[in-house]
Design a protein around this ligand. Structure first.
Ligand code: HEM
Length: 519
């Protein structure tokens, strides 16, 4: 088809569109519930279907999903997009639960894989079967309880202290600080050291290239003709991919060198902080190498997928969290008071906060900071780091609500819209109200994966939820005890096009050091 387009220009294009319309629109079967075709969103066009909706800017697309959720409620509705198999949008938790529990039926499928292949290849997010199992096992080892203890006791205090030094020097020089960059730097240092034994930074060439490539991959999900438009507009994308691939192979080569160097295991037990961190350093990439063998490209795909899964999502969640807090001073105060009380109860001197010898990490655990966790969860609700999910039916099936899905049907759900459902969250669903997460006994309310699917669910549930929660509580509590933040921008912030939810133009802030004597 592509050759035809190149050789015969306009004629090729016309034939191509006829083919598309015939194959994907006129031939497309209607999806039914109890024998009745599903309803379609208003303004669905005869041939273009809902294709134009998906070409819109992402904020408009988010709003479209929210409006549909408010109009259809739990009812599953049909969407059609030229070049795609028939699709449905789901909002009903019982359907979501069915998807989570039947991952053999609902796979990423060709639709997702074709678009994300250039960036993730066979990395865990795209992999099925044995390849998925091997990467999941390697990840479970990396995120074991003992490694997470090294994260809380050694790695996070170390990198947090470095970040605080950086913020303090900006404060002294009255410089504006981009908090998105700050959080990205913390998670880059953490993941770089613990997962790959590498020094990684938020503003290195690799990160910039990865961000650009992720934006282009997302556009592929919105633009049905991406494979044509990219031949014209894709030169920066191809350069970015080359940088990302080179970086991925670099991680693997380093790890292979380390493997050879440490072929003779040391018999000395090093129980210092540095020693404990060194035992974890590179543990993810080493487990991936052990699990996947020496296929360098595959190991590099796996490593890069873990990097975006863990580093970007967590940094973005923290960014939106601080964005919401700056608009809600009482919530900031409550976090500060909660953290301060905890330090007092445990006899920890507040003056040592943020130093290399800071021991607050031992007490700043998610379970001890319910209000801080409530704020984090409320930020995840309003700004889910993975705002959309797409799956494809590997075989025909029927949802619990009676919707029959033929093989290859595409299932879409928008976390952005589900998390703003007035039916599920009340009339104030659009508002930031962390208290909705606190039960009468003061503990955090637990929601099932299908009610609050930000970390996915079932066998493929997010492996790093605990890691993200630990990082969030420590970082938020420490930062709010030490500093006051006010926005250095006007109006609202929005996200930029990406597979995840980075904030467009960052989160520039004025920061003031709190007088710790007076706290
Ligand atoms: C707030 C932070 C985070 C959020 C909201 C989040 C959310 C998610 C979601 C929605 C998925 C399913 C993605 C899909 O398959 O389409 C996922 C998968 C995954 N996440 Fe997270 N994640 C977070 C942090 C982390 C961290 C810190 C790690 C650690 C490295 C991590 C590792 C993974 C892995 C390995 C998977 C793939 C699981 C599988 O397919 O078996 N995530 N995450």
């Amino acid at each position: 088809m592509t050759a035809l387009l190149h050789d015969n220009g306009l004629l090729g294009l016309v034939l191509f569109f006829i083919f598309v319309i015939y194959y994907f629109v006129l031939r497309a079967p209607n999806i039914c519930r109890n024998g009745v075709p599903l309803r379609k969103p208003p303004n669905t066009l005869p041939i273009a279907g809902n294709g134009l909706v998906f070409l819109q800017d992402r904020q408009k697309l988010f709003s479209w999903f929210v409006n549909c959720e408010r109009q259809f409620g739990l009812e599953t509705f049909q969407i059609t997009v030229p070049t795609l198999h028939p699709g449905v949008v789901i909002n009903d938790p019982s359907n979501l639960d069915y998807v989570f529990k039947n991952e053999g039926i609902f796979a990423k499928g060709d639709f997702v894989k074709q678009r994300s292949w250039d960036l993730f290849g066979n990395g865990i997010i795209n992999a099925d079967g044995d390849l998925w199992k091997a990467q999941r096992k390697a990840g479970s080892h990396f995120l074991s309880a003992s490694n997470l203890r090294v994260l809380t006791d050694v790695a996070l205090p170390r990198y947090l202290s470095r970040t605080i030094d950086h913020i303090e020097s900006c404060v002294k020089n009255s410089r504006i600080v981009d908090l998105q960059l700050v959080f990205h730097e913390i998670t880059s240092l953490l993941m770089g050291k613990m997962a790959y034994d590498m020094e990684m930074h938020a503003d290195d060439d690799f990160t910039m290239a990865f961000e650009h490539a992720s934006g282009v991959i997302t556009e592929r999900f919105q633009n049905p003709l991406w494979f044509i438009t990219e031949t014209i507009t894709g030169s920066r994308f191809r350069k970015s991919l080359a940088i990302v691939r080179k970086f991925g192979l670099g991680i693997v080569n380093n790890a292979m060198d380390d493997q050879q160097k440490s072929a003779e295991p040391s018999t000395q037990l090093d129980d210092t902080d540095g020693g404990r961190l060194n035992t974890v350093s590179g543990s993810l990439i080493q487990s991936l190498l052990a699990a996947l063998g020496s296929q360098q490209k595959l190991v590099a795909d796996a490593a890069l997928t873990y990097l975006t899964a863990g580093r970007d999502t967590t940094a973005q969640a923290l960014t939106w969290c601080l964005y919401l807090l700056m608009r809600n001073k009482p919530a900031m105060e409550k976090i500060k008071n909660e953290a301060q009380e905890l330090l007092k109860t445990n006899g920890i001197d507040i003056q040592q906060l943020g130093s290399e010898s800071d021991t607050s990490s031992a007490v700043f655990a998610p379970a001890s900071l319910p209000y801080t966790m409530a704020v984090f969860y409320e930020a995840l609700r309003l700004f889910p780091p993975i705002p959309f999910e797409i799956r494809e039916c590997e075989q025909a099936t029927t949802f619990p609500d009676g919707t029959f899905l033929p093989e290859k049907a595409v299932i879409v759900w928008s976390l952005w819209a589900i998390n703003r459902s007035k039916r599920a969250w009340g009339e104030d669903a659009d508002e930031f109200r962390p208290e909705r997460w606190i039960a009468e006994d003061g503990k955090l309310i637990n929601k099932s994966a299908s009610e609050f699917p930000v970390f996915y669910g079932g066998p493929r549930t997010c492996l790093g939820k605990r890691m993200a929660e630990i990082i969030a509580t420590q970082v938020i509590a420490t930062m709010l005890l030490m500093f006051e933040f006010t926005p250095a921008y006007e109006g609202k912030r929005v996200s930029k096009t990406s597979l995840t939810l980075p904030m467009k133009d960052g989160l520039p802030c004025h920061i003031k050091r709190r007088d710790m004597e007076c706290i």
